[in-house]
Design a protein around this ligand. Structure first.
Ligand SMILES: *Cc1c(COP(=O)(O)O)cnc(C)c1O
Length: 419
């Protein structure tokens, strides 16, 4: 579903005009649609419901605003976390610890302690060294740590290299050929309970083939382990299902779930998925205002008030994101613009050579900005981070206030004058 659409010549979010949101909250501002988040989650949940045992652990890193996490927790979602900060966020919206899995290649001892004390469902372990640390900490606390080993199935996700994680020469996971020995070792550790197996091969995948290939390799290992007396309860296939930013045609959640479940066959395994982007990407836009128009040589620039510190995906991955005028401008001539921000870097752009009809002061909406967008924002150039607004059936709620100067310098101190 698309909650962002034109009514006459004005872009609205769930019936609320984006002009009114800009007037009330200023720009740049992220705007999320509650209906899209819930519809996407429900599509996933329904697609998996045919399997008796499944758990959807939303990947918190995609969008960790508390209002987003709260909506998902209320729907019964579990969570995939990668830090103590994310754990604190999901616990603060009353997530069930038994629906939390902890991923990440370099879990700190402090984060492991907190997660163990919280009683999370499973640690997705990424190395032998991490397994030893987990055993030591669990023993000190008289606890038992449930684990999956994240294996690296060596399949090519055919995505951008920065968001592909399943090839052998990559920092993530344990080589699948070495995982059997690590499982055998884990089974001997007194404070470790071997619970499942995990993989995550990358993000923004638009074909089912890599998912299916990875799962087949993982299941072959599950079967080998069973023969050796190590019986796993779940397989966690990670996240990675792509969305349409431009003209991609990713599989639907239904097709994705059907493909995975057909491979599981009669094995009595519960299925964990860790979707992030597919739940929230299309649920958000970034609202920004054109400050100036200018021309340098042959290029035309629209200088807007959102920069790479607010939305880094185009600069970081060369990601293409849609950019549309909030009010269709009949007065201006359409022209090709580079839409660039105020940050002092040439890589500070939101889009290049976009056909837009613009006048200074116009509002623009960058689409597909619900995932990996606000969460990657920074204060570079001492820019306050944008506000975040959630629209719900005709009402706009502020779910994170725009930062102030006080926020920017919080925790900073001068040396004493006599120093
Ligand atoms: C990032 C990540 C996800 C979510 O990926 P999406 O592409 O957003 O679905 C899931 N699991 C792990 C381990 C991740 O690192």
């Amino acid at each position: 579903m698309d909650a962002f659409c034109y009514q006459d010549d004005l872009l609205v979010a769930e019936q609320v005009s984006l002009e009114s949101i800009a007037a009330r909250f200023g720009t740049p501002t992220y705007v999320y649609s509650r209906a899209v988040i819930e519809t996407q989650y429900d599509a996933f949940a329904q697609a998996l419901a045919i399997h008796p045992a499944h758990l959807i652990c939303y990947a918190v890193k995609a969008n960790s605003n508390l209002a987003v996490l709260d909506l998902l927790a209320r729907r019964g979602a579990g969570f995939d976390i990668v830090s103590g900060g994310e754990l604190a966020r999901v616990l603060s919206v009353s997530a069930d610890p038994q629906r939390i899995v902890f991923s990440g290649v370099a879990k700190s001892a402090a984060d492991i302690v907190t997660a163990l004390d919280a009683g999370i469902l499973c640690f997705n372990v990424e190395s032998e060294a991490e397994l030893e640390r987990l055993q030591t900490i669990a023993a000190q606390r008289g606890a038992e740590a449930a684990v999956s080993i994240r294996v690296n199935p060596d399949v090519d996700a055919e995505s951008h290299p920065y968001i592909s994680t399943g090839l052998r020469d990559n920092k993530f996971g344990v080589e699948i050929g070495a995982a059997g020995a690590l499982y055998a070792h884990a089974a001997t550790l007194p404070n470790i309970r071997v619970r499942g197996i995990d993989c995550h091969i990358g993000s923004q995948l638009t074909s089912l083939t890599p998912f299916v290939d990875a799962l087949d390799r993982v299941l072959a290992l599950v079967d080998q382990l069973r023969e050796r007396g190590i019986v796993l309860e779940h397989v966690d296939v990670g996240g990675g299902l792509g969305v349409c930013y431009r003209d991609e045609q990713p599989p639907s959640p239904q097709a994705y779930a059907a493909a995975l479940l057909s491979r599981l066959g009669p094995r009595r395994l519960s299925l964990i998925t860790e979707p992030g982007r597919v739940i929230v990407a299309r649920a958000g836009i970034l609202l920004t205002r054109v400050e100036y128009l200018k021309r340098n040589g042959e290029r035309r620039f629209a200088l807007v008030d959102a920069g790479m510190n607010d939305l880094i995906r185009p600069s970081l991955y060369g990601a293409w994101m849609g950019i549309e005028s909030v009010r269709r401008n009949a007065r201006a001539e359409p022209a090709l613009y580079d839409v660039v921000g105020p940050v002092c870097e040439s890589s500070d752009f939101l889009g290049k050579e976009r056909l837009l009809a613009l006048t200074a002061g116009d509002l623009l909406a960058v689409s597909g900005a619900g995932a990996y967008s606000f969460v990657m924002s920074s204060n570079y150039n001492s820019r306050a981070r944008p506000a975040e607004v959630m629209v719900d059936r005709g009402t706009a709620y502020l779910v994170r206030a725009r930062e102030s100067f006080a926020d920017l310098v919080r925790g900073e101190n001068l040396l004493p004058p006599d120093a």
